[in-house]
Design a protein around this ligand. Structure first.
Ligand code: 6PG
Length: 472
């Protein structure tokens, strides 16, 4: 007879699920995995490190009965109806106190519905963001659980063991409780929005260097490598520098030059923008990144427009090193502004949706393991430790003094891109957001006047309390 000797069960043995389970096994936990695909089940054990306990099973009941109580099960299945399907299948097999975790990129409103559905079923439910891709899942991701506090305390030791660690020898784990309700998935969604924005910025800077400065892939590799070894180090810059070296297996070219310029997306960036609009809170650089991925898909229209308007990219033949330096600083400035937008969104959402998101812990656990990890998160951790209620990271003095120095280059680069005809919507939107955010006075008085003129929508005055309307 099978005994309940397993510490953790995984439903869904795709690369993420499998790797996270193997990671748990590497940390001494007895793990068991289930997938509907028998091939994934049978191959699971072959990936395990020697001396670890990893078992694959072909049915959910087989898995559930071998788990120690309270049972801890995670679903890593595609977001959407499949998650509900799995919950419905596993629920009758569970007992009071058992814990189900949804570790996928679920929309936070789905998570809220699931919390509601499960609240009188006496099992704990945790919506949890996991970032770091397949490699991170195996070696240490950043983990963003939210919701059920009791379940979090039960899960804490295992999640701390498998998460990324920063600041050796302190080895601080990149996992923390992200707040009430669907906070875990909400924080992950905004993480992805920031991810979209930073990727867009990097691609624009690359475009300038490739098409205006006419740098080779080797030169691009060197520049990005130098950047990531300096004050702006980040995971995304690191992988970017490596991408330029990868040779294509079918031609003599570099692989990056053979990849079609149509971007895919699974939707989390779009969700961030949609939800920011609903709050409302401005995240224009994230919006721009989503739009530009969308624009990339219209390749045929873009080609037709290119033939029609014949934009000629202006080449920067002189001062390439100086321009590269400006590109560095402009990317640095715009990246700070992207984080600022995302973090302000979390600040606002936390209050509006009653999630109590601890921003100081969000930036702390983003320092390692996740896709947007960068040296800047260390600075932001200090900022939120000092003032956990900071509404914008742009109001933090140290961040401001860094940004003041870098934003000069962002201004130059945006105007350089405009005159060189290199599209730089992300960089431009970051700069415009910054300029608007720093404007104690905006031209919105005119908008109010227009609204009142055509629709009697009323306005407030600068010199008197009250609501006014004018017959224009
Ligand atoms: C992560 C990533 C990941 C993301 C995918 C693809 O944090 O590990 O954010 O969760 O969903 O990499 O996202 P898109 O297909 O939307 O670009």
């Amino acid at each position: 007879m099978e005994t309940a000797s397993f510490d953790f069960g995984m439903i869904g043995l795709g690369v993420m699920g499998r790797n996270l389970l193997l990671n748990m096994a590497d940390h001494g936990y007895n793990t068991i995995g289930f997938d509907k695909d028998p091939a994934k089940v049978s191959s699971l054990e072959s990936f395990a490190s020697p001396g670890t306990t990893v078992k694959g099973v072909n049915t959910l009941p087989e898995m559930v009965k071998q788990l120690k109580r309270p049972r801890k099960l995670m679903m890593l299945v595609p977001a959407g109806p499949i998650v509900d399907q799995v919950i419905n299948e596993v629920l009758p097999l569970l007992e009071e106190g058992d814990i189900i975790i949804d570790g996928g990129n679920s929309h936070y409103t789905d998570t809220l519905n699931r919390i509601k559905f499960l609240q009188d079923k006496k099992v704990h439910f945790v919506g949890m963001g996991v970032s770091g891709g397949e490699h991170g899942a195996r070696t240490g991701p950043s983990i963003m659980p939210g919701g059920d506090v009791e379940a979090w305390h039960e899960l804490k030791p295992i999640l701390e063991a498998v998460s990324a660690k920063v600041n050796p020898p302190k080895n601080e784990p990149c996992v923390a409780y992200m707040g009430k309700g669907a906070a875990g998935h909400y924080v992950k969604m905004v993480h992805n929005g920031i991810e979209y924005a930073i990727m867009q910025l990097i691609s624009e800077v690359y475009d300038v260097m490739k098409r205006s400065l006419e740098l080779t892939n080797d030169e691009l590799h060197e520049i990005f490598k130098k950047w990531t070894e300096g004050e702006m180090s980040s995971f995304l810059l690191e992988i970017t520098s490596e991408i330029f070296l990868k040779k294509d297996e079918f031609t003599n070219n570099r692989l990056v030059d053979m990849i079609l310029d149509k971007a895919g997306s699974k939707g989390t960036g779009k969700w961030t923008s949609q939800d920011a609009m609903d709050l409302p809170i401005p995240v224009p650089t994230i919006d721009t990144a989503v739009s530009l991925r969308d624009l990339s898909v219209y390749k045929e229209d873009r080609a037709a427009a290119e033939a029609l308007y014949k934009p000629k990219i202006k080449l920067a033949t002189k001062n390439k090193d100086r321009i590269a330096g400006q590109l560095h600083d402009s990317l640095f400035a715009a990246t700070i502004i992207c984080y600022a937008q995302g973090l302000s969104m979390l600040h606002k959402a936390s209050a509006e949706l009653n999630m109590e998101i601890p921003l100081k812990d969000v930036v702390r656990i983003w320092r390692g393991g996740c896709i947007i990890r960068s040296s800047l998160l260390e600075l932001f951790t200090f900022a939120f430790k000092k003032d956990p209620r900071l509404s914008s990271i742009l109001l933090h003095k140290k961040t401001a003094s860094l940004l003041k120095k870098k934003v000069i280059a962002l201004r130059r680069v945006v105007s350089l891109c405009a005159s060189a005809k290199v599209p730089a919507a992300g960089l431009a939107s970051a700069l415009s957001y910054f300029d608007a955010f720093c404007s104690g006075k905006l031209p919105t008085n005119l908008i109010q006047a227009q609204r009142d003129y055509f629709g009697a929508h009323t306005y407030q005055r600068i010199d008197k309390e009250g609501i006014f309307h004018t017959e224009w």
